[in-house]
Design a protein around this ligand. Structure first.
Ligand code: ZN
Length: 348
């Protein structure tokens, strides 16, 4: 009797968490997966087929896009050959790091992760956390269901064909959904732990990022081998235009910080599908604002002759590299795509 009550409570909690996280994934997938604001009064170059104007727009959707100067207030940003942020010719805006243009919405979307056929929409900055939570709770729900069914099957003293068939079908469905949701959840957790998106991960091993890194020493940059760019507003800020070594992820801030950026700063944020990712709250509009001591950035700076790494940073960097080499196999095991695939929903 007591065991039955416990099972019912566990079921209830899991169903509640699963439904809440699913609604949040779906809500953001439909209305705002993480739109980059558009310039006021400026019409988008393309009208996406899913674009929903007027009453559906949340305040975030009408927030203006980051102005050019804001990129140069940071210590680092992804840039083009001239040292400018990436320009979206469709939206006519400067794209925050890792934002991609979605043809369906006709808008740029922050931290674009992937198009999910199960959700029927885009998983990006605003719903990636809830996507991980939904898959995790769905896998746990399937596991509990499987255990309960297995218990009843083992206790079937008097054989009844119909009952056994029902229980076996339920067990089969539980196994199927456990593997599907569990694999997706595992790949989501690994991507969050690595601070990668599904799209970044496809080319991770060969990916070379062109980045503008603040030199903080205008005089030293004169006569250097690398090209530089000066901030449009504050002429004292000089940025070196550098390339990351292949396979180096400049957004990797270390395991726990990566997970905190996606899931939240407190343990209850990790468990409850209530609060958005800390990624969604940023002053500059650049969601992937990195910490300047990122190991990869230090590595890039050192390679360009802009200072040497502290022994502590170097060991952190070696640790990151080892992890970056190990994770692709785990991701492949969890079902995340690792080979080049044609991504039609996101351009540039
Ligand atoms: Zn765009």
């Amino acid at each position: 009797m007591a065991a039955g009550a416990v099972i019912l409570v566990v079921y209830g909690i899991l169903i509640l968490l699963m439904i809440t996280s699913y609604i949040r994934v779906l809500w953001h997938a439909i209305f705002d997966p993480g739109f980059v604001g558009q310039q006021p009064g400026r019409k988008s170059g393309s009208e996406g087929t899913w674009q929903r104007p007027g009453p559906w727009q949340t305040p975030r959707m009408v927030r203006p896009s980051p102005p050019l100067e804001s990129f140069y207030d940071q210590d680092f940003f992804v840039c083009d050959a001239q040292g400018k942020p990436i320009w979206c010719s469709e939206c006519q805006i400067w794209k925050p790091d890792r934002a991609r243009h979605s043809k369906e919405f006709g808008r740029c979307i922050r931290r674009f992760d992937h198009y999910c056929p199960w959700v029927g929409g885009i998983v990006a900055e605003r719903n990636f956390k809830f996507f991980i939570q939904f898959c995790t709770y769905a896998a746990l729900f399937s596991l509990v269901s499987l255990l309960v069914v297995a218990y009843f099957l083992s206790r079937e003293v008097e054989y009844r064909w119909e009952r056994t068939v029902h229980l076996s079908v339920t067990a089969g469905l539980a196994v199927f959904f456990m593997l599907l949701a569990g694999g997706t959840a595992l790949s989501g957790w690994l991507l969050a732990a690595m601070n990668l998106t599904t799209l970044d991960n496809i080319h991770q091993k060969t990916n070379v990022w062109q980045v503008a890194v603040s030199t903080e020493m205008a005089k030293r940059s004169e006569g250097c081998a690398f090209p530089t760019v000066t901030a449009p507003k504050d002429c004292k800020r000089v940025f070196a235009i550098l390339q990351s070594p292949a396979g180096c992820n400049p957004f990797d801030a270390g395991l726990m910080e990566n997970l905190r950026q996606v899931l939240g700063r407190h343990w209850w944020h990790w468990l409850l599908p209530l609060r958005n990712s800390p990624l969604c709250y940023s002053d500059t509009g650049n969601s992937d604002k990195p910490h300047p001591s990122f190991a990869c950035i230090e590595e890039i700076k050192e390679a360009a002759g802009l200072g040497s790494m502290a022994p502590q940073t170097r060991s952190a960097c070696d640790r990151l590299r080892r992890r970056q080499r190990r994770f692709p196999q785990l991701l492949a095991g969890a079902g995340a795509p690792l080979k080049t695939v044609k991504v039609r929903s996101a351009g540039g």
